[in-house]
Design a binder for this molecule. Sequence first.
Ligand SMILES: [Zn+2]
Length: 140
Amino acid sequence: MVRLPTSRLAAEFEQLRRENFPLALVVDELARFVRDAFSRDISVTNIFRSPRLQQTVYGKGTKKISGPSPHLAWCAVDVASTSYAPEEVDAILAFGKRFDGHNRLPVIQAAGSRTIWLHEAGTLHPHFHIQYKGPPVHAV
Ligand SMILES: [Zn+2]
């Protein structure tokens, strides 16, 4: 299941279903994959960021995605990564990359993917950054 630890994240995920339904579907599909493969949940840590919050989080220059953050446009969701074993992390990254062929966002160079990036360096809380803009894709 998709864990949404705060009421704010729960509300944002509902809004995400309206703003960018195909991305919410990617998150749903990832949750299903992680449950089927590892009997685990996923926990969302971040969805929408205002320009002011983006400046607070990344104003010191650790951001590696060129252009405006997709979090400003309902095109990205962060998922906690620290509870997974290395082989689980690898499987999650491989799953995310399956959406690359449908994703119209530019490739994240540090990740070699349009869709998923294990964002560890320079952040307080390592996470999977998942971004998607494109057609809805079920069960890739
Ligand atoms: Zn992110």
